[in-house]
Design a protein around this ligand. Sequence first.
Ligand code: UFG
Length: 328
Amino acid sequence: MNKKMIPSMDEWLKEAKAHESAEKIGMYLTHNGIVRKSAKAKVRFGEENTKNVTGMQFSYDQEKVDAVIHFAGLKAVGESVAKPLMYYQNNLISTLNLIELMEKYGCNNLVFSSSATVYGDPISVPIYETFDLKVTNPYGRTKLMLEDILRDYAKVNEGKNIALLRYFNPIGAHPSGLIGEDPNGIPNNLVPYITQTAIGKRKALGVFGNDYDTIDGTGVRDYVHVCDLAYGHVLALDKLFSDCGLVVYNLGTGNGYSVLQVHAAMEKACGFPIPYEIKERRPGDIATCYASCEKAYKELGFEAKYDIDAMCRDAWNWQKNNPNGFKK
Ligand code: UFG
């Protein structure tokens, strides 16, 4: 990532707005490359496995890299319980490789995708960055271990700037309908499960528990539009270039919605009823989780712009246009 590529908030929003209605498209990243729709953006794409240091070394040789945004990682809680070694291998080793390469090439700036999972079951909500960190599954443990590794690293290496971004529940899709969520197999997460039910791939949404101490008994989460989340990364990059050292931010909206509220918002977006049935609680789930985003607002100027209706509109638009995901 190069400093010159950072757009202002206004440019970013103008671009996102344009995509809602028009063909004015610069460039999209798909899960496996770049789809170029016009000559507006020139970004070189190289596909390397972060566990393959030699390949990554080759990529770095091509140009000067000012900063790295590290999103790659396995992220399914249930799978991590079943296959812990795979999670430790993949998430830890690849990140260590990346940091060593950045060291070798003199790159001091890193944005790291962390997760609200590092708070475990919080003592209260909203959740502040200062809350105790505790995890309950191997996936969460990889995120916390990596945060700890990065804290240790920054402590003894002056000049390293690292932003740990703790994502709450990212949902939605790019407003163009060209980039969206395409889970492998049966979706673990709420929103892709609802949209796949709406498109007819699943029979009914299973609502995991309706006896929590929440507004309607179903679990409450802080859903954030992926475009807001993406812009949070742009702001974090700006922060890194001010030589901030290691910083930590929650990225959410600060609002909680229950499963049934999200389901209702999706029905509104689709314009038809979506079947659901109440099931047992899912092991490991907590009742309520939402962020305080005060710190990200004060220090980065981060403020989520998309509400739950826009998140559902864009998630449904993606699903409707791509019933089989990226596979045509
Ligand atoms: N839910 C259902 N039915 C489903 C799927 C989910 O009722 O089919 C409910 C869950 O019980 C929960 C809510 O919808 O109450 C959200 O569940 P998700 O699986 O979408 O998200 P989680 O909050 O469980 O987990 C997400 C990410 C994790 C991350 C965590 C951070 O998937 O990777 O947020 O808090 F660690």
